[in-house]
Design a protein around this ligand. Structure first.
Ligand code: XBP
Length: 258
């Protein structure tokens, strides 16, 4: 029986990659006088690497003017990443990064019904804090039974570490939870430990492989175009629909221990 909803952050709660991190990375490059700019297309490819610092280090392998040594590259990645996070927080504080349609309503469904929720992300805690404080208020943390970020789970998705820690904190079996994820890395992380997934496709992952998910659709904000179909009378994907899909899904065949 479903006992908790586990939320991914980037791409699931908001279009943070396109409207937040990408913009902030480019502002950080400009501020530091670094001649690199990431296009949307380049960033789409870079999203195969999870983690802001990891993404930067990966990109440096093919960047002209990247420092030669490993240590210098790590230091530069650290500097850019810190500045990127500052720009990211400013974008959110200015109100330029809304939650995705249907997200506030589903969060409210769960809160109003006392239905446990958790944040399961491998993004940095400051970025989660910046986003949720603006949208849910200063006491946002009280809405979640568990919050797992990159600091607790340094092995980034698709490594399942963040899910392992969240299940442990919640003291729940994987099959009694559901993950809301948008990207293949997040879906793989959840599925690796037997957590069923509902995929809300985001900008960069509209056509991504979502094999094995309970349901996939374009947005929690509308009930059309979901597979399997949502309640035809519904206008959005609410907690009842999530419970229905979870109940109809086959119990996970395996639970892997990490
Ligand atoms: C999302 C990520 C992150 C963000 C950037 O992880 O891959 O790397 O793009 O965040 P998740 P940081 O799907 O677990 O939310 O700069 O804080 O790494």
């Amino acid at each position: 029986m479903l006992q908790a909803v586990l939320w991914d952050v980037d791409g699931t709660l908001a279009e943070t990659e396109r409207d937040g991190h990408l913009v902030a990375f480019n502002r950080a490059f400009a501020e530091l006088g670094i001649p690199w700019r990431w296009s949307e297309q380049r960033y789409a490819a870079l999203l195969a690497v999870t983690g802001g610092r990891e993404r930067l280090l990966h990109d440096m392998q093919s960047q002209e003017h990247a420092p030669a040594g490993c240590k210098a590259r790590r230091e530069l990645a650290q500097t850019v990443h810190r500045l990127k996070n500052e720009h990211y927080a400013r974008i959110i504080a200015r109100g330029d990064l809304a939650l995705r349609p249907g997200v506030p309503e589903l969060l409210a469904d769960c809160s109003n019904q006392g239905f446990p929720m958790a944040i399961v992300t491998t993004t940095s805690r400051v970025n989660v804090e910046a986003l949720l404080q603006v949208h849910l208020g200063k006491k946002w943390q009280t809405q979640f039974e568990a919050i797992v970020c990159a600091e607790e789970a340094p092995r980034k998705k698709p490594d399942p570490q963040a899910y392992v820690i969240a299940l442990d904190k919640l003291a729940l079996r994987a099959g009694d939870t559901v993950a809301l994820e948008d990207a293949p890395a997040g879906i793989a992380a959840a599925q690796a430990v037997g957590v069923p997934v509902i995929s809300t496709r985001s900008h960069y992952f509209t056509h991504a492989d979502v094999t094995g998910v309970l349901a996939a659709g374009p947005s929690l904000g509308r009930a059309r175009d979901w597979h399997p179909c949502a309640d035809p009378h519904a206008t959005r994907i609410g907690l009842e629909q999530i419970i229905r899909w979870h109940g109809a899904g086959r119990a996970p065949q395996r639970t892997i221990s990490y």
